[in-house]
Design a protein around this ligand. Structure first.
Ligand SMILES: *[C@@H]1O[C@H](CO)[C@@H](O)[C@H](O)[C@H]1NC(C)=O
Ligand SMILES: *[C@@H]1O[C@H](CO)[C@@H](O)[C@H](O)[C@H]1NC(C)=O
Ligand SMILES: *[C@@H]1O[C@H](CO)[C@@H](O)[C@H](O)[C@H]1NC(C)=O
Ligand SMILES: *[C@@H]1O[C@H](CO)[C@@H](O)[C@H](O)[C@H]1NC(C)=O
Ligand SMILES: *[C@@H]1O[C@H](CO)[C@@H](O)[C@H](O)[C@H]1NC(C)=O
Ligand SMILES: *[C@@H]1O[C@H](CO)[C@@H](O)[C@H](O)[C@H]1NC(C)=O
Ligand SMILES: *[C@@H]1O[C@H](CO)[C@@H](O)[C@H](O)[C@H]1NC(C)=O
Ligand SMILES: *[C@@H]1O[C@H](CO)[C@@H](O)[C@H](O)[C@H]1NC(C)=O
Ligand SMILES: *[C@@H]1O[C@H](CO)[C@@H](O)[C@H](O)[C@H]1NC(C)=O
Ligand SMILES: *[C@@H]1O[C@H](CO)[C@@H](O)[C@H](O)[C@H]1NC(C)=O
Ligand SMILES: *[C@@H]1O[C@H](CO)[C@@H](O)[C@H](O)[C@H]1NC(C)=O
Ligand SMILES: *[C@@H]1O[C@H](CO)[C@@H](O)[C@H](O)[C@H]1NC(C)=O
Length: 632
């Protein structure tokens, strides 16, 4: 071995150390301190998040200030801007962005929306909202929205512009012109090769930990999200991000993925479901039914009350990035499992049943986290069921299954001090697969239920009003006046609702459209950009200024500072005025489970035919998967 080679080995070994310890999908044991406690009570931000915020805040503040200055350049009075950004601590308005679920539709349309806030997008400073993303503190994704935010964050904080510019390159990110579901036309050997590795490693994991269909799903998706990494990042872990320079130094927002908990033996997910978040440091829930977080890096460790069963021995590598992204989007498992196998050849069926025998047969649409990191933890107060902490395994499902299809809960924790939320909604609520505000309504309602006592969310109208007043066809602000919300648990953030709507392209594609040509992909992204920017500011040249007003609103209120007259006009134009146009007619609502990767609370029980996916193409994936499985 010459010098260069040994250097290379050193470098590679150094890198691998942060990844899965055996450099594989299969987790393995590592040393950890004898007295380590892997779980903490959710009684505030983690020390690590607090430390990280110290690095993020000054950077976000400067970027946000730049955006606001640009957007308010023509205002008659700039004293508010000066006041809001003048404090010499690094505290500025806390901006959060949440990207909804909805399969590839949500990923692509959401990508266009996020690119409108990203100053790295060509044109975003001139006719968009470029810089808001640079000024954001938190960025959450759910299901398809999490594919988007996860792809950006775990690819060294790449940009949508870079992905778009690279569409034609080999190994480009989001090359979904040939879907997983329809391998015809892809390099079948390449794909078969992928599946072979996928099945092998998932089986290997299953020898020690209970695997689920989500392991296969997450691994398969990863090839689209991390094409530059070995086997789509089979050894790439969620906690690796802590060591990525761009995260460590605070140059990107804090990424969060949302999933729902499911009690053992139940299948109905309602607003009472425990909502989990995964961030680069921790996973767990703020909800009173758990109130605990665990170190995400050591998921897979058998522990009681957070203390590893074997002193000094932890498991690492369980937190594979694709697995966690798959966890937030398990609805696709339901899609796979609802396939009509009647027409399948007997031999294929027998392979299916043979393979699925091992893998969580009864609990198909879940991601199994086994063992349960929260076993016997004691932070649940008495009036909540404790079954989440009694169970050996933890079951998580698609974050949209409780109908809260935009990941907002992480932003509604008082400790995070969020001032404004950009709620990007690509749900398919209506029968035409457009959003109708259902997700905001669900989150609004949650605060009055048993699980919502610690959150606050602005008043929103019912879905009928959303539709009747067109609140679901252009950006709308909710919670513009803090003084009108004094009966809520605390002053909630102002919510800028950004619904998917048609500008230059029909962005209302089916959740189960699983392949997009390069052209369709670009058009979806472009439409998302335009929907977010009021058609590139041509429908309203003041819109960027209005977004700046929304960002500064809470600071302005708490300082009791004078509101510029332009902001007053903006709030008249964009704030929901409290009007209800509910005339008693129920609007027709898409209640089947395809609506958003988010079945409504009532439809989460099995049944309900989909009207949108093609069983034929689905069948080919499944037949294909199991055929490959049969090769072993
Ligand atoms: C985007 O904003 C950041 C933070 O303000 C700045 O450092 C960077 O140079 C900007 N990039 C572009 C392409 O404008
Ligand atoms: C400011 O006004 C000028 C002239 O009316 C206009 O061209 C420009 O787009 C405006 N800028 C903003 C940020 O509104
Ligand atoms: C920072 O704030 C303190 C107290 O509010 C003030 O005395 C000081 O002059 C400020 N420093 C700068 C550089 O603005
Ligand atoms: C809006 O801006 C985006 C990004 O710069 C661009 O791709 C798109 O073509 C523009 N749309 C229109 C209608 O000009
Ligand atoms: C991120 O950047 C580092 C250093 O340049 C590189 O080693 C790594 O492979 C990159 N990760 C991804 C997912 O591209
Ligand atoms: C495009 O993708 C290729 C191959 O993955 C990569 O080498 C290149 O750096 C990418 N270019 C950009 C602009 O991201
Ligand atoms: C949530 O739980 C409460 C109390 O157990 C119950 O009254 C309510 O109906 C539940 N809500 C839903 C949507 O299941
Ligand atoms: C928090 O940060 C410390 C120091 O970097 C690290 O040792 C620890 O594992 C981290 N804990 C979590 C839960 O992220
Ligand atoms: C399944 O497919 C068979 C024929 O392929 C058909 O007869 C049957 O009605 C289908 N069942 C359902 C539930 O769609
Ligand atoms: C795996 O699941 C089985 C059946 O649900 C259970 O008995 C077993 O304890 C689980 N294994 C682990 C490691 O949790
Ligand atoms: C009630 O509202 C719906 C939805 O906007 C509308 O289609 C319908 O015509 C209205 N009905 C009456 C009686 O006004
Ligand atoms: C806010 O300012 C207005 C006038 O500038 C004043 O009338 C009002 O009392 C102030 N409110 C508070 C809470 O300070």
């Amino acid at each position: 071995m010459n010098f260069i080679e040994s250097l290379l080995v050193l470098v590679v070994a150094g890198l691998a150390a942060a990844w899965s310890p055996k450099n594989s999908y299969v987790p393995s044991t590592v040393n950890c301190p004898d007295d380590i406690v892997l779980v903490r009570e959710a009684n505030g931000l983690s020390d690590n998040e607090t430390e990280w915020l110290k690095r993020r805040r000054p950077i976000a503040k400067e970027a946000l200030h730049d955006f606001v200055k640009r957007a308010t350049k023509n205002f008659s009075d700039n004293s508010l801007v000066d006041k809001v950004f003048s404090g010499n601590d690094s505290h500025a308005p806390v901006v959060a962005i949440g990207a909804s679920g909805g399969g590839y539709r949500a990923m692509l349309s959401g990508a266009g929306m996020i690119s409108a806030f990203d100053n790295r997008t060509r044109g975003a400073d001139e006719h968009g909202l470029g810089g808001v993303l640079q000024g954001a503190t938190y960025l959450a994704g759910l299901s398809g929205g999490n594919w988007l935010t996860g792809t950006l964050a775990w690819n060294n904080w790449t940009s949508v512009q870079t992905i778009v510019d690279n569409t034609t390159a080999d190994d480009s990110i989001w090359d979904i012109s040939h879907s997983l579901v329809n391998p015809d036309g892809v390099n079948v050997f390449g794909t078969a090769d992928h599946w072979e590795h996928i099945f092998k490693t998932v089986r290997q994991k299953h020898k020690t930990y209970n695997a689920s269909l989500t392991d296969l799903w997450g691994r398969a998706l990863s090839y689209d999200f991390f094409p530059s990494l070995y086997r789509g990042g089979e050894a790439y872990t969620w906690s690796t991000l802590r060591d990525a320079e761009v995260f460590e130094n605070g140059s990107m927002p804090f990424p969060i993925s949302v999933a729902d908990g499911r009690y053992p033996g139940t299948s109905v997910i309602s607003l009472n479901a425990t909502v989990f978040e995964f961030n680069p440091f921790e996973m767990g829930s703020w909800d009173p039914s758990l109130r605990a977080f665990t170190d995400v890096k050591y998921l897979g460790t058998k522990a009681v009350d957070g203390k590893p069963e074997k002193k000094g021995e932890c498991v690492a590598g369980y937190d594979n990035v694709g697995f966690i992204m798959g966890t937030s989007s398990t609805l696709f498992n339901q899609f796979l499992l609802r396939l009509n196998t009647t027409g399948m050849p007997r031999v294929v069926k027998s392979i299916i049943s043979h393979f699925l025998k091992d893998i969580s047969k009864n609990e198909d649409d879940i991601a199994v986290y086994s063992p349960n990191p929260f076993l016997n933890t004691s932070y649940v107060s008495n009036d909540y069921t404790s079954s989440l902490v009694d169970s050996k395994d933890l079951y998580l499902v698609d974050g949209g299954e409780d109908n809260e299809n935009i990941p907002l809960l992480p932003f509604l924790q008082k400790e995070r001090g969020v001032d404004v939320i950009f709620a990007l909604d690509n749900s398919a609520d209506t029968t035409e697969y457009w959003p109708d505000g259902s997700s905001l309504v669900a989150t609004y309602e949650r605060q009055f239920g048993k699980m919502g006592k610690d959150i606050a969310f602005p008043y929103v109208p019912d879905v009928e009003t959303f539709v009747a007043e067109g609140l679901n066809t252009k950006p709308t602000f909710f919670g513009c006046d803090a003084q009108n919300m004094s009966d809520l648990a605390f002053t909630p953030p102002l919510v800028v609702y950004v619904p998917n709507s048609r500008m230059s392209y029909n962005g209302n594609q089916s959740t189960f459209k699983l392949s997009y040509s390069d052209n369709e992909r670009l058009n979806m992204i472009k439409n998302g950009f335009e929907a977010t920017t009021r058609n590139n500011l041509t429908d309203d040249s003041n819109f960027a200024g209005c977004v700046a007003c929304a960002i500064m609103r809470r600071s302005q209120e708490s300082m009791n500072a004078t509101l510029p007259k332009e902001c007053k006009q903006c709030f008249q134009d964009y704030c929901w005025n409290g009007h209800i146009s509910h005339n008693g007619t129920k609007i027709q609502h898409n209640d089947d489970y395809t609506k958003s990767a988010s079945p409504s609370a009532t439809s989460s029980s099995k049944g309900g035919a989909s009207n949108s996916y093609s069983p034929r193409s689905g069948l080919s994936l499944f037949a294909f998967m199991v055929t490959v499985a049969g090769l072993f």
